[in-house]
Design a protein around this ligand. Structure first.
Ligand SMILES: *Cc1c(COP(=O)(O)O)cnc(C)c1O
Length: 394
């Protein structure tokens, strides 16, 4: 499913150029710039032989359409992998990636700071199917002591969900590979524009396209990019589970992908500006943003990442939770809602002190997560300034 685009992935373009060119072939669409939404289940074959699987490019809607193929090719070009499978949500991309490499009797290592629903899948379905789950400290310098004879995979997420710990991805991947274990990484925060997991030894890279790829809070989709060694397994597992996304959502992802690098640059600049402003406020204890020099693993971010997206967390001084909730509700430009990566700014309170099992997280104050959208950063700061003044006075 690769290499049919005009842009081609033979030559290495910069991400902004790649995002414009990849997965497009206007000459196959009567000159129209974008691949349209192909709706369809049945694909008619001119001969019985082709119906039986000989030579047809498309065989059945669930197994691929020109629209799905366009997105798959485009993401492959950005990720630099061998192929990309598409699923209907970020979560199903994660669960499918894990199922591609594990079976009953295996042991899997999961970063303790992993996205909550990933943990829930591991603790329920994966465990019930006979896979042994072990959570590890994401900051572990050497995971070798955790690797067992039956360790099949190591799952990473960097920065960690909500608390933003940065992992040493190449060190973990090297140790895992020496042991013959696969590495899977949830790369939703950085996207391949700012971090390409395969370049750091990750075998399977997952994105919740729902976030920045779509970028407009109007669709759910997941992408699973794999290296040549793992692509056949990922493709087979996704096909066997029947996980194709709907054509409309695929089209919205393609539309979002074209502007992904420019949107991210704006999310980054505004995010850092707001984070630095918050860091200087007396109501704030700590800002958890990998691009700030104060972040404990800032050097890892600086060494490995090309940028930062607009999502970070803040530890407030120990104000009572009702006052924090009133602060959140008082903001006019920050919506209260799950998910992120759209054009709009968001804020949510969170508490992950009781979720972790391999590590302890004691922030020492109430915590909120912010997504900095594409609004004017000075407007966002003015909104936060009013809210914080009210919080301090409460
Ligand atoms: C949102 C999110 C997901 C899941 O994406 P959905 O499309 O909502 O299923 C996975 N990983 C991370 C880090 C996320 O933030």
């Amino acid at each position: 499913m690769a290499g049919k685009s005009d842009g081609g992935s033979k030559r290495q373009w910069g991400p902004a150029t790649e995002a414009v060119l990849a997965g497009r072939n206007p000459s196959e669409q009567h000159g129209f710039v974008n691949t349209p939404i192909y709706r369809g289940s049945t694909v008619l074959s001119p001969t019985v032989a082709q119906y039986l699987g000989k030579g047809g490019r498309y065989v059945y809607g669930r197994r691929g359409t020109p629209t799905l193929e366009a997105l798959s090719d485009a993401v492959t070009a950005l990720e630099g992998g061998a192929g990309t499978a598409l699923t209907s949500s970020g979560l199903s991309a994660i669960t499918t990636a894990i199922m591609s490499v594990t079976r009953a009797g295996d042991h899997i290592l999961i970063a303790d700071t992993v996205y909550g629903p990933t943990r829930h899948f591991c603790d329920t379905i994966l465990k019930n199917y006979g896979v042994e789950i072990e959570y590890y400290d994401p900051l572990t310098a050497d995971i070798t002591p955790h690797l067992r004879k039956n360790t099949r995979a190591v799952f990473l997420e960097s920065p960690g969900s909500l608390s933003f710990e940065m992992q040493d991805v190449s060190a973990i991947a090297q140790a895992a590979h020496k042991h013959g274990a696969a590495t899977i990484m949830d790369n939703t925060w950085a996207t391949p524009v700012y971090f390409r997991p395969h370049d750091f030894g990750v075998d399977i890279a997952v994105q919740a396209g729902t976030k920045y790829l779509g970028g407009h809070a109007d669709a759910n989709l997941g992408t699973i990019s794999a290296t040549a060694d793992y692509w056949p397994k990922v493709k087979e597992t996704t096909g066997t589970l029947g996980l194709n996304p709907g054509p409309e959502d695929v089209f919205l992802m393609l539309r979002g992908l074209r502007t992904l690098p420019v949107r991210l640059d704006r999310h980054m600049a505004s995010g850092i500006k707001v984070a630095q402003w918050l860091e200087a406020r007396s109501e704030v204890q700590r800002v958890l943003h990998p691009a700030l020099a104060s972040h404990p693993q800032h050097s890892i971010w600086k060494r490995d990442f090309k940028g930062a997206s607009g999502l970070f967390s803040v530890v407030l001084k120990p104000y009572p939770q009702p006052a924090v909730n009133a602060f959140i509700e008082s903001l006019s430009l920050f919506g209260i809602g799950a998910s992120w990566g759209g054009f709009e700014s968001l804020i949510i309170p969170f508490d992950c002190t009781k979720v972790r099992t391999a590590t302890k997280w004691s922030p020492g104050g109430p915590t909120v997560r912010l997504h900095i959208g594409l609004e004017e950063p000075d407007d966002l700061i003015a909104d936060l300034e009013e809210g914080l003044a009210r919080l301090a006075g409460a």
